[in-house]
Design a protein around this ligand. Sequence first.
Ligand SMILES: Cc1cc2nc3c(=O)[nH]c(=O)nc-3n(C[C@H](O)[C@H](O)[C@H](O)COP(=O)(O)O)c2cc1C
Length: 168
Amino acid sequence: MLTEDMGEYLRLYDLWSQWKPEKPEGILIAHASIHGNTAYASEALKSKLERKGAQVTMCDLTATDLSYAVTSAFYCGKLVLACSTYDGGLFPPMKAFLDHLQTKGFRNRRIGLMENGSWAPAAARLMRVELEKMKELRLCETDVSLRGALNQTSEAQMDALVAELCAE
Ligand SMILES: Cc1cc2nc3c(=O)[nH]c(=O)nc-3n(C[C@H](O)[C@H](O)[C@H](O)COP(=O)(O)O)c2cc1C
């Protein structure tokens, strides 16, 4: 039975009941990388965001139980999804993550996208399709599109994404 600090419990209930994050300024980067390039680029993105003063949490979806990933996504006000293209689709750990977020009614967050693909990157478009099933998501205009390793072009996209994420 709860006997003390009711104000804190009510504060949390009030946030959760309105789908609001506990840490609106917090950014979760959730990545699903086959060979490691997308994970490496996610670390680079984290460093750039932290240099701007952002508070960033990382989640490797290939190695983290989905319950923790979903919890972190609900906790933070901003979410960056980073995914390799896999047989014309999303790498399965990202697809499973997005399916769980949708099931849980995930909404009302700022979202950034980063994709990777060697010959026909499709992950950003496919993540958008999944996100369209959820409500009140505010997608950044800039997608980071990698062709394997981070290069000058994708790093410039990353800088633009950092600016968008830090602006709101
Ligand atoms: C089984 C498999 C399927 C892949 N399918 C695609 C694909 O459909 N389109 C594409 O552009 N790249 C495809 N790739 C290439 C990967 O997307 C690319 O190597 C990867 O995104 C690089 O990032 P990573 O090191 O983070 O995995 C595939 C790679 C593997 C191993």
